[in-house]
Design a protein. Sequence first.
Length: 176
Amino acid sequence: PDPTLFGGLPLAPAPPNPIPPIPLSVPATTPPPGGLPPSIAGVVDFKLALDGTNFTSWRNYFNLLFARYHAETHVQAGAAARLSDPQWRDDDNTIRLWFFSTIEGDLLDLVAPPDSTAYTIWQRLHEYFLANEAEHMMHLGQEFRACVRGDLTINEYCRRLQGIAATLVDVRKPVT
């Protein structure tokens, strides 16, 4: 290199490294079957509540996870026909475990009967939160109008209102 580029100082060669390099080896690991991670605790760090105020957020996270891992078909009609495939069944069980770890116990008891599949749990959640729209809309509307700040911080209060408002959008009754 041109010594004028470095303030006229000559470059000295680097001294020899007295420590021999350690050979790098990467342990052989195999991804989980189907590529689905066994846990999503680092992604969905909250539980779906029985009152449904966080249903929209929870569902959005899961829709992204299904898209990310190409697992949408596990919660679509016709999913049961593929349960005879062991790989499919393993992936379905992994998704059920995701549900079990992100749904509160009382709600889980309602939507996940024994021998349920990812599809049946997904459908029952949607039925629970969205099928009874008129009743749910009335309850949420009353909850939104009656929500008081109390001892909540302004951020907590706003998040609470936003959660209820988002759920009202799900039942086609947006807050104007």
